[in-house]
Write a protein that binds this ligand. Sequence first.
Ligand SMILES: Nc1nc2c(c(=O)[nH]1)N[C@@H](CN(C=O)c1ccc(C(=O)N[C@@H](CCC(=O)O)C(=O)O)cc1)CN2
Ligand code: GAR
Length: 294
Amino acid sequence: MEAQCSLCRSCPNFSFPLIRSPNYSFLLKLPSSSFFSSSSSFVQTNHSTLRSVWFKENIACRKVVSASLEGEVSKTVIQKKKLAVFVSGGGSNFRSIHEASLEGLVHGEIVVVVTNKSSCGGAEYARSKNIPVLLFPKTKDEPHGLSASELVATLRHFEIDFILLAGYLKLIPLELIQAYSKCILNIHPSLLPAFGGKGYYGMKVHKAVVNSGARFSGATIHLVDEHFDTGRILAQRVVPVLSNDSAEDLAARVLKEEHRLYAEVVAALCDERIIWRSDGVPLIQSKENPNEFY
Ligand SMILES: Nc1nc2c(c(=O)[nH]1)N[C@@H](CN(C=O)c1ccc(C(=O)N[C@@H](CCC(=O)O)C(=O)O)cc1)CN2
Ligand SMILES: NCC(=O)N[C@@H]1O[C@H](COP(=O)([O-])[O-])[C@@H](O)[C@H]1O
């Protein structure tokens, strides 16, 4: 069973899984005419037209309200999400999300950090903020590392809702992917599917981009599946490649966009503003205008 993410079970016509917190005990499907006057209109996005039925059901489901016994409808406050961040390097993306959380821009709390390199910058930063650090995976060099099963059990203990890969360089095993289905994100420093896959990480990516003569690069945030960088793309930011760019110049320009993009996407994730289109493409619902998706 998907531990942290479940389909929207109480809207029978609803066919699109929502990424949603386990804290919803039930969803109340209200008559759309009384509660959502505008929900019958088509919603035009820059990707496709979302069917009004889906939109109605989706918004009806997402406007989760808990009707008290007296019949009074009260708005349900979205639970603060618990986040695990996986790092292998300096951890600047981790720090950026942590700062956004402390500033209240992300309705989530980083409660544990996972790394395969216990001395990396990301792990050091976590310790400086009294965030527990777990070592994964167990290898001959790191015999004290956790097994996949031990990691899943530990993340369950921390009641983790979402896992954020931020410069983590090891393949996430299927056992963890299945335990946290549609709840693991990764950030990659190129416009996937270009310059992705095994062997494409860190400066290797930027060197390949500069050497290719590509005029644009950028950052991609995607859902994690069992292969490197092949999960569903959730968000991207484009960055120009200048004619005299070194790989280091490009890396710095992309990294700045990564920090902005990851904080924005994690905020949407924690606000439960990620919605799945009928063809399986995940979309982000605009915070400013709930009728807009991108
Ligand atoms: N199941 C998945 N696991 C991971 C994914 C993913 O999409 N699915 N993303 C990576 C992050 N990543 C790109 O964004 C990535 C990281 C590392 C590699 C790679 O080739 N690694 C080397 C080992 C590097 C090292 O240990 O120093 C390798 O496996 O040979 C490619 C892409 C995180 N996990
Ligand atoms: N393929 C994975 C990959 O290359 N990830 C990249 O590693 C860097 C980690 O920096 P950080 O540790 O400072 O966040 C980031 O640029 C991230 O996109």
